[in-house]
Ligand binder design. Structure first.
Ligand SMILES: [Cu+2]
Length: 309
């Protein structure tokens, strides 16, 4: 099912670079002319010399030649490498082609979020009109409809970051404490958290107690876009980050006295009821080896509800 759309994309892309471009550099034009005439050895040499100096159109040209095996052994990984360099500089053939590669797993590991991101950037680089409409359709039909709301949001953020539009929105701060300053209270404080979809949050998870606790909610982690997680040296306004973790988060364990800041944007609205701490302990506050009645903090009431409005 990807095949046909991907081919369409390649055609859109090729028309763009080799049909519509106006190019300032004479040496690039030489390469382009050679390529049109099928003189791939000359085209490759011209493109390579320029590509290595950072010339985006030449990098895209090399991408095309590697993707089609023109004058070189067909090599999708090398094509992806050159497309990637050109795409980051805003070359739209490279952006569109890289989108196709990510959608199909050709030359790069398959990654629909990245595919969507590159298709989106390629589409928005086009002037309004039929080509752009086709580009948007391809973005949506090849990958868009297969992404979850969180994944679509991640793509949107990646595009915004690339455009330098991602101004630091002031985060809303929410704090939850795991237990109290003792080792017997097994509760979240508060045990009901309310977020608003689409806003940026600095979600502070602090453990004031003398035992380890988990903040675990698989539904919540799937309902939010995680920008970063920071391990803090303290709690409060003077706290400094001592580690930063990027990517998806499933659950967070906070050691006694520890603090973590989870920078996130809630995406999917709903009432989430699977928040719990699954640290194993008996009712005396510690696990006894071999004891069969060991249970978890959740059984002692360390559960909670998260609402995303
Ligand atoms: Cu716990």
């Amino acid at each position: 099912m990807y095949g046909r759309d991907t081919i369409k994309w390649m055609i859109v892309a090729l028309v763009l670079v080799f049909g519509f471009g106006t190019f300032a550099r004479a040496d690039f034009q030489n390469g382009l002319n050679a390529h049109k005439q099928g003189d791939y050895a000359i085209a490759f040499r011209e493109f390579l010399a320029l590509a290595e100096t950072g010339h985006a159109d030449s990098q895209a040209g090399l991408g095309v030649m590697y993707a089609r095996g023109q004058g070189v052994v067909q090599d999708y990984a090398k094509a992806a490498k050159w497309y990637s360099k050109a795409a980051k500089q805003g070359n739209r053939i490279a952006q569109a082609s890289l989108g196709s590669f990510y959608a199909t797993g050709q030359g790069v590991p398959r990654d629909l979020v990245r595919a969507h991101m590159w298709f989106d950037r390629a589409a928005s680089a086009l002037p309004p009109g039929e080509l752009r409409d086709r580009a948007v359709n391809n973005r949506d039909y090849v990958v868009g409809k297969q992404l979850s709301p969180v994944e679509l949001y991640r793509s949107k953020i990646m595009v915004a970051v690339a455009r330098g539009e991602h101004s630091e929105q002031e985060p809303i701060q929410i704090r939850v404490d795991l237990g109290k300053k003792d080792r017997v209270t097994r509760r979240f404080f508060p045990d009901r958290l309310t977020f608003e979809a689409g806003k940026l949050y600095k979600f502070v998870i602090h453990n004031p107690s003398r035992s380890k606790h988990y903040f675990t909610s698989y539904v919540f982690s799937k309902s939010v876009y995680t920008r970063k997680v920071q391990v803090m040296n303290d709690v409060g306004p003077d706290a400094k980050a001592i580690a930063e973790i990027k990517g998806d988060v499933r659950e967070i364990e906070v050691l006694p006295g520890g603090t973590v800041e989870w920078w996130l944007v809630p995406i999917t609205k709903g009432t989430i009821t699977d928040l719990h701490c699954h640290i194993k302990e008996n009712r005396f506050g510690h696990a006894i080896p071999g004891q069969t009645e060991v249970t978890t903090h959740a059984h002692f009431g360390m559960t909670g509800v998260i609402v995303i409005k």
